[in-house]
Design a protein. Sequence first.
Length: 155
Amino acid sequence: MRMYEDERVGSGAPGRSLWVEEEAARRRLPDPVRTSAVRAVLIVAVTLTEATIAFFLMLTGSWLAFPMALGGIAGTVVATWGVLDVLITRQMWNQRYGVVSQPNSTARARRREARSGPPGQGGRIRPPQGGPVGRAAAWQAPAGDRRYQAGAGRG
């Protein structure tokens, strides 16, 4: 039997290939998040390597142990910054681009209700109907407030 041939396939038929396309379990990270994640992994890898070298230099009693230990401390600070950068970039991306607009979302339903009002309303939100008996309007502007008078602040 040949190495890449499927057992269920008869002799002479092509077998299954080594490269099989499969659906990803999760979606790919956005480019800025992936960039910061790669940067953080590289920084952490260099810091761990530096800390390991500093440890072995300390065991041998080399004079390079102290400068390498200081570099390891600085690398730890930078690695912490790198990991925080990934978290902040991911949060920023989710806040800017993470809202998925679906046809059944609440916001679309409310806009549809506002647009489906009577033609004279022009798509504006209607005041609440009903209310206590004897009340002239649902809300009245204060008498001395010029902001709510017709034509105030224009022209």
